[in-house]
Design a protein around this ligand. Structure first.
Ligand code: UD1
Length: 362
């Protein structure tokens, strides 16, 4: 069986690694890894390949940044000849980024089977580019691998036949389970000189990059103001996405009291998460990782496509309400953080379940 994997952006390197690893042990499987080049900075891409033990991509489409239309179109144009040339039996696409929908669409038009890993997630908020990507990719996919029951329910409501839906658990958690011991040994490597001591104790770990939070100067200023308040109670360490850093500069905002760092590699970030007092984020994957780790997570969004992190996990949606952020943070600092449990099938074996299904449905 000839399998293509498509990745392009940071959150999906953690998802492809366990699936490729599990397929490596199967007979008669040939794998080709294609990087679209959506993320291209060394610390947004290369370092993840090294730490996760992913082989170097066989093909790099090197599309780089651009508007959504341009980036999506560029991926489609550059991927089509690769697909025609490689003639895979199935193409696996991951998550909800532009690389995911663009490659799924090329496959569907050429009649090549698509498997969507992390299918069925819905925020029901179509202003999010990722929601559009999720909806379309799921309509195009032949095999839909879901991380949790809500995914199955959403897909059934959208008319996807039950026999195409496979609840396999969470592949991102596979990578976490495998690498957490190494991450905890990491001991703040990768942090600038002098940071180790400061963050050995209590700190809030922050990530923000959603367009809705960072592309509007007034909203971003308001969030930074809330984080400044947080920094009066505990240190705030903020590895910033390049997009966020750029916006802070473009809008002439100041975040001097916050420790704004470059994006951290996977192991360093995971180590920081596992020791954080609280994580404040608008990321999708981090809501899941904190739930697995049992670390309190305050999500700066009004909705989530990962509702199990709220119903079962440690996640609380605070939206952009500074009062809610303040009150939830006080609860956490008072030792009254919400307790969570780990959702079913988030057990480190999702990649193996996908490999088993693929070899059964070649
Ligand atoms: C993308 C995904 C988002 C995911 C996020 C994780 C889409 C629509 N969005 O958002 O779902 O949570 O990745 O990081 O696919 N940039 C760099 N260097 C890089 C990559 C990006 O400087 O290596 C900057 C560029 O200015 C670029 C901007 O970040 O224009 C946005 O990058 P893009 O890939 O379009 O979307 P993300 O915001 O990263």
């Amino acid at each position: 069986m000839n399998v293509f994997h498509i990745v392009g952006a940071r959150p999906n390197f953690m998802k492809v690694a366990p699936v490729m690893n599990a397929l490596k042990t199967r007979k008669h499987v040939v794998q080709t890894l294609i990087h679209t080049g959506q993320h291209y900075d060394a610390n947004m891409s290369d370092v993840f390949f090294e730490q996760l033990g992913i082989p170097a991509p066989d093909v790099n489409l090197a599309v780089g940044s651009g508007s959504h239309a341009r980036q999506t179109a560029e991926i489609m144009t550059r991927f089509e000849p690769v697909l025609l040339d490689g003639k895979p039996d199935i193409v696996l696409v991951y998550g909800d980024v532009n690389s995911t929908v663009a490659s799924a669409l090329v496959c569907a038009k050429l009649g090549v089977r698509v498997g969507h890993v992390e299918a069925g997630l819905r925020s029901f908020d179509r202003t999010m580019p990722e929601e559009i990507n999720r909806l379309l990719t799921d309509q195009l996919a032949d095999l839909l691998f879901t991380p949790s029951e809500d995914g199955d329910v959403n897909l059934r409501k959208e008319g996807i036949p039950a026999e195409r839906i496979f609840r396999v658990g969470n592949v991102m958690i596979d990578s976490l389970v495998k690498l957490l011991p190494a991450a905890q040994r990491q001991n703040h490597n990768g942090l600038p000189e002098g940071f180790a001591g400061r963050y050995a104790d209590r700190y809030a770990l922050v990530t923000l990059h959603r367009p809705a939070n960072v592309d509007d100067g007034v909203i971003l200023k308001c969030i930074l103001q809330s984080l400044l308040e947080v920094s009066q109670d505990l240190s705030v360490v903020f590895p910033a996405h390049p997009r966020t850093r750029k916006r802070i500069a473009d809008f002439g905002l100041h975040a001097d009291q916050l420790q704004v760092l470059d994006p951290l590699p996977y192991l360093e970030f995971l180590g920081m998460q596992s020791r954080a007092t609280v994580v404040i984020t608008d990321s999708g994957g981090i809501q899941e990782e904190t739930t697995y780790l049992g670390i309190p997570c305050l999500t700066v969004r009004e909705n989530t496509e990962r509702p199990v992190t709220v119903s079962l996990g440690t996640n609380v949606l605070v939206g952009r309400d500074p009062d809610k952020l303040r009150s939830e943070l006080s609860r956490i600092l008072a030792g009254e953080a919400k307790k969570g449990t780990i959702p079913p099938l988030w057990d480190g074996h999702a990649g193996e379940r996908i490999a088993a299904l693929l070899t059964k449905h070649p």
